[in-house]
Design a protein around this ligand. Structure first.
Ligand SMILES: [Zn+2]
Ligand SMILES: [Zn+2]
Length: 272
């Protein structure tokens, strides 16, 4: 196991989640607190201009003037509406070298993330808000209250029904508001195991050398289609496995996980 010295750049105590995972893989981490919120927030008060991996890469780069560490680690998550109304949480943990060229990306996802959301209309009475928000506080989760027009800054880290009622009043009873899960990592227990899994994925990739250039970071990327039709054998669009890719050179390899045939219903020849 080779030791990696890196700085974890975070604003929301992610060191407690990511640190032990990477330490178990031999990483020596220092933690740098930086205002990562200026690269975008879950509340929408600050828009995210870039996709999550690029946002995480930029966060990692915020640490480069603060230490001589050769590597920088940061994370980013995205919660979106998934199938059947379930929320889907995807977490990325990235490692970026000091010169900023290239990035190793660990990723994990879950459908077990908290996803409370309540629309609060103008003039909704306090007792009605109080009755409906307790479900969102279960399991140690926190809530955030915001105005749809963002004319007041959102009020987050709400830990009790009383906090939520007070925050909604403070945003202005005349406006449309929403109370939702506060997704900042230290306030959202259901994100933390997913972040830890993404950190473990980063460590596994890191420890996997590219068969061409020999640098660590080789691992699964996009899907590889082509499972054969059970009737005629024609390759279909169904996933056969993954492309494994190197973040440093152009090497990619097709890795087959599931070569079993699929129903002719998915075949472009039998069922055009
Ligand atoms: Zn390579
Ligand atoms: Zn066919």
């Amino acid at each position: 196991m080779t030791s990696v010295r890196a700085a974890l750049v975070t604003h929301h105590h992610k060191g407690e989640t990511i640190g032990p995972v990477l330490a178990s893989w031999g990483w020596v981490l220092e933690t740098i607190d930086a205002d990562t919120d200026r690269l975008g927030t879950f509340s929408g008060d600050v828009a995210r201009p870039a996709d999550p991996v690029e946002t995480a890469r930029r966060k990692a780069r915020l640490g480069r003037d603060r230490t001589d560490a050769p590597w920088f680690v940061a994370s980013e998550g995205a919660v979106s509406a998934g199938l059947l109304g379930l929320a889907r949480d995807v977490e990325w943990v990235v490692a970026v070298p000091r010169d900023g060229e290239g990035v190793v990306v660990g990723v994990a996802q879950s459908l077990d993330v908290a996803a409370f959301s309540l629309e609060v209309g103008p003039g909704t009475p306090d007792h009605e808000i109080a009755e409906r928000v307790s479900a969102g506080l279960e399991g140690g989760h926190h809530l955030i209250a915001l105005r749809h027009d963002h004319r007041e800054p959102s009020r987050g880290a709400l830990a009790s029904v009383e906090d939520v009622v007070r925050a909604c009043a403070g945003l202005g009873v005349e406006s449309a508001r929403r109370v939702q899960t506060d997704y900042r990592a230290h306030l959202c227990p259901s994100r933390r195991p997913v972040i830890a899994a993404a950190a473990a994925d980063l460590a596994v990739r890191w420890a996997t050398p590219c068969p061409h250039c020999g640098r660590g970071g080789f691992g699964p990327g996009g899907p590889l289609s082509g499972r054969p039709c059970a009737s005629c054998g024609t390759p279909t669009a169904e996933p056969l496995g993954r492309w494994w890719v190197c973040p440093w050179c152009a090497r990619r390899e097709a890795r087959v996980d599931n070569p079993s045939p699929v129903s002719a219903a998915a075949c472009p020849v039998c069922n055009p």
